[in-house]
Design a binder for this molecule. Structure first.
Ligand code: FE
Ligand code: FE
Ligand code: ZN
Length: 299
């Protein structure tokens, strides 16, 4: 099982990320090269990168399974402000370079939001933006994430993703997100039906990463609020079936579940759930007391 979670990327850069992942019992991880909600980035430190690679080798974390996530304020779909659109393109070019410097093979990207534009125009903007970015060859593959369809998000169904992939003239991959799929209307308790449709329209070989999240909202809610594993509307059994699906065995699974504690602990501190969620997934047995155990462990 290739399983990890979202980790930080601080002053120790990839070394800190790898150490954090290891502390959770993960054998892979996903990071943003800075804050997810802004585009301020520091140069990649070669020495720290080499130390990270050494550490990962000794801990059996294979760098080919490690994922970078582009900041979510980047929006290739809307070019109403041309300077913003140009910035998104040049930022993503630089982000791919940073990934190459780090030895990272995959960068997850939200396709974007149409905002005030018609959806067809917004889709074309995404295609044009990706074609521009990919003029420079990169060893890092962009993965479009399946989205919940919140607001005017694109990439909420297979048709939109297929349109992008077919019209971008370089290879791109896909990152599934179970919370987003549920919220967009996919019945995850019949995951094989979805995979069959995916295989016909896009091809299963395009799936390079899966975000494993439960959802706080019912199917087709178009909300995108992640829940801890087994504590949402998707449920533990369905998520375990996806994680253990034989056709997706070699695809890295990444948890992006929320930190816990604010509702229960009066000090309002939040604790990472990943160590406990990963152990519970490996156990294949849902623990209804998990949240309280996490809080007791960290506080
Ligand atoms: Fe994402
Ligand atoms: Fe996600
Ligand atoms: Zn999400």
């Amino acid at each position: 099982m290739i399983i990890g979670c979202h980790v930080g990327f601080g002053s120790d850069q990839l070394l800190g990320s790898a150490r954090e992942a290891y502390s959770y019992g993960a054998n892979t991880f996903m990071f943003y090269t800075g804050a997810p909600q802004n585009t301020m980035r520091k140069d990649i430190d070669e020495k720290l990168t080499n130390e990270a690679k050494e550490f990962m080798q000794t801990q059996n974390i294979e760098i080919k399974n490690v994922i970078c996530h582009a900041p979510y304020i980047i929006n290739l779909a809307n070019n109403i402000d041309p300077s913003k659109w140009d910035f998104s393109i040049s930022f993503l070019k630089q982000e791919l370079k940073r990934c190459e410097q780090l030895g990272i093979s995959y960068m997850v990207l939200h396709p974007g939001s149409a905002v005030s534009l018609p959806r067809e125009i917004a889709l074309q903007n995404i295609i044009d933006g990706l074609n521009e970015i990919l003029k420079t060859p990169s060893s890092c593959l962009i993965l479009l994430e399946t989205m919940a369809g919140k607001g005017s998000e694109l990439g909420k169904d297979l048709e939109e993703l297929k349109t992008i992939i077919e019209n971008v003239n370089k290879p791109i991959g896909i990152c599934l997100d179970t919370c987003h799929l549920n919220d967009s209307g996919v019945k995850l308790d019949d995951f094989d039906a979805y995979l069959n449709e995916f295989d016909q329209k896009i091809g299963l070989d395009k799936i390079k990463c899966i975000h494993i999240n439960d959802s706080k909202n019912p199917i087709s809610s178009h909300k995108d609020r992640h829940a801890n594993i087994g504590f949402g509307t998707i449920g533990f059994t369905t998520l375990i079936n996806i994680i253990n699906h034989p056709k997706l065995k070699n695809v890295p699974k990444i948890l992006e579940t929320p930190y816990v504690g604010n509702e229960i602990d009066s000090k309002e501190r939040l604790y990472p759930p990943y160590k406990f969620e990963i152990a519970m997934i490996k156990n294949e047995t849902f623990d209804p007391e998990l949240i309280q155990k996490i809080i007791n462990y960290y506080k």
